[in-house]
Design a protein around this ligand. Structure first.
Ligand SMILES: [Zn+2]
Ligand SMILES: [Zn+2]
Length: 146
């Protein structure tokens, strides 16, 4: 299963597999499908769980856990509705599953290559909760609220 960059000059249908993993390497994954809704989030959960002013998220339709550590350890942030996955050895944040969202959320920082254009955030969630000293993430998405 190799990425085929020559074939996708015109579309997302052949979006190549992407790989990623945690800091210690026990948990590894491969994603399938195009990157969906890359965004940052400064909600209180992202700040607490991430140890960071904001987290950087993107969705993929399929994520396969390929490392010796298998799946991340899941912590339910809203019981039965949302859970966050992390490596129980090194603590790296990796993923989120939300019952209302078809894609699996991946922490972009867990990907091996974070440079592609479709990972640039198009939306900033919980902007009102962002720390005041960090410049706002530019939003390219049209916002009806202005
Ligand atoms: Zn790890
Ligand atoms: Zn959040």
């Amino acid at each position: 299963m190799n990425a085929t960059p020559a074939a996708d000059a015109h579309g997302a249908e052949t979006a190549g597999d992407r790989t990623g993993g945690c800091l210690c390497g026990r948990i590894r994954f491969t994603t399938r499908g195009p990157a969906v809704f890359a965004h940052t989030c400064a909600c209180p959960h992202c700040q607490k769980l991430g140890g960071t002013p904001l987290m950087w998220w993107v969705g993929f339709e399929t994520v396969t856990w390929t490392g010796e550590g298998g799946e991340p350890t899941w912590y339910e942030t809203f019981e039965g509705e949302a859970k966050r996955g992390f490596c129980s050895t090194c603590g790296s944040r990796l993923a989120a599953i939300d019952s209302g969202i078809p894609e699996i959320g991946i922490n972009v920082t867990a990907l091996d290559d974070t440079s592609s254009a479709d990972l640039v955030p198009i939306h900033a969630s919980f902007r009102d909760n962002a720390v005041h000293w960090l410049p706002p993430v530019p939003e390219t998405e049209h916002s009806a609220a202005g």
